[in-house]
Write a protein that binds this ligand. Structure first.
Ligand SMILES: *Cc1c(COP(=O)(O)O)cnc(C)c1O
Length: 387
């Protein structure tokens, strides 16, 4: 054995000992399925690689499952948001209230259509938009509320719906990470005038590539989204462009793959919820050590990630690394403090809960194929943090 292979073997062993945050074997069980799907699509006489019959069946499967009027598959969760904002007619002069903590698309899609994001602080524990903070920011220019379900918790949709109705606002539900969550009997994605899912790798029904869907009961909005996703064409007349659209189409390989993995989704989500319940039961007593688990329960929850708040977050992250547990910080900065979005926010603005979440949040591994032994190791490692 050469020195190089010995070194890489040693490195591989160390890597094997550490429980990764992003598992390298996420699609291992579905490897043959993926290769079969590539071959099926590639050799299908239809030779449709985007927006073919697999995509149509995938849309129909989700539509039926959600009991929604329309599901429109598109290129990503981010473009799903853009398509919704465009179809809702939002643009220059309009204000859209978004959470001050979350992922970049919450701000950049709003700015991208020429509207202005108005950042509302989040709840200090659930980390989703605080409806009181949102209400305080409503002005005559406000046209929409854009809450996002964050980490494992759905936003307070009943209160946000009341707020939207009272003030005549559009309610756009960023449910990108919450596929499978159900709040008060109603699925995530169906609470807003429109909702969306993302199928990027890390999301609750992630796949090996980019993809998303728009969900809506509004036939006019659905019709416009369908046109906008494919260069403004109506699906009947090729090369007749009714609207200034974009390219946000869905891949047939992803559609075929997701159609066949869909029956296993509920089981994978249940396993995630089971791991989350185990973590929360063990971590609840850690409050006096400055470590706060997410609120327990299953109503309005989807454990696409499991996120703690830790007063000494960076120390906890280092401690876990020493104990062979990889962890991840989503998101280390509040949105209005990002260089790209700060110019859109008031210079003297403060979002204390968002800023604290950016300093304290830490996500643990929670993928469904973690073994019970790995879950115990992660739990023990967190419990051994001296605080
Ligand atoms: C991931 C995510 C998106 C964007 O989805 P992509 O498919 O990555 O473009 C939008 N909103 C939220 C809350 C997300 O977590």
């Amino acid at each position: 054995m050469t020195a190089t292979t010995t070194a890489s073997a040693a490195a591989a062993e160390t890597a094997a000992a550490t429980i990764p945050f992003f598992p390298p074997d996420l699609f291992e069980d579905d490897r043959d399925l993926l290769l079969d799907t590539v071959r099926d699509v590639a050799t299908d006489p239809a030779q449709r690689f985007i927006l073919g019959e697999r995509t149509a069946r995938f849309e129909e499967l989700l539509r039926t499952e959600l009991g929604a009027g329309h599901v429109i598959a598109c290129g990503s969760g981010t473009t799903a948001l853009t398509l919704i904002l465009r179809a809702a007619g939002l643009g220059p002069g309009d204000q859209v209230i978004v959470p001050a903590y979350g992922c970049a698309p919450l701000a950049n899609t709003v700015l991208g259509v020429g509207a202005t994001p108005v950042f509302a602080d989040v709840d200090p524990h659930t980390l989703v938009i605080d409806p009181d903070a949102a209400e305080a920011l409503i002005t005559p220019r406000t046209k929409a509320l854009l809450p996002a379900h964050m980490f494992s918790v759905m936003a307070d949709m009943p209160r946000l719906r009341t707020l939207a109705t009272r003030h005549g606002l559009r309610l756009i539900e960023d449910s990108a990470v919450a596929q499978g969550a159900v709040l008060d009997g109603r699925p995530a994605g169906t609470w807003g005038d429109a909702g969306l899912f993302s199928f990027v790798q890390v999301k609750s029904f992630g796949g090996p590539g980019e993809g998303g869907v728009v969900i809506t009961d509004d036939p006019e909005l659905a019709r416009t989204v369908r046109m906008l996703r494919n260069h403004g064409q109506d699906g009947v007349h090729r090369f007749r462009h009714h609207l200034i659209g974009l390219n946000s189409r869905f891949d047939e390989v992803l559609a075929g793959f997701q159609l066949r993995r869909h029956p296993g989704l509920a089981g994978r989500l249940a396993r995630r919820a089971e791991i989350a319940a185990h973590y929360t039961a063990h971590f609840t007593p850690l409050a006096d050590r400055g470590v706060l688990p997410p609120p327990p329960g299953t109503n309005g929850r989807c454990y696409y990630v499991y996120t703690l708040l830790a007063e000494r977050r960076d120390d906890l992250k280092r401690h876990l690394a020493v104990h062979g547990v990889d962890s991840h910080v989503y998101y280390p900065q509040a949105l209005p403090q990002q260089p790209a979005f700060a110019p859109a926010a008031p210079a003297d603005g403060h979002w204390p809960h968002a800023e604290r979440a950016a300093r304290q949040s830490l996500s643990l591994p929670i993928y469904p194929h973690l073994t019970d032994a790995q879950v115990d190791r992660i739990t023990e490692a967190v419990l051994a943090f001296p605080g």
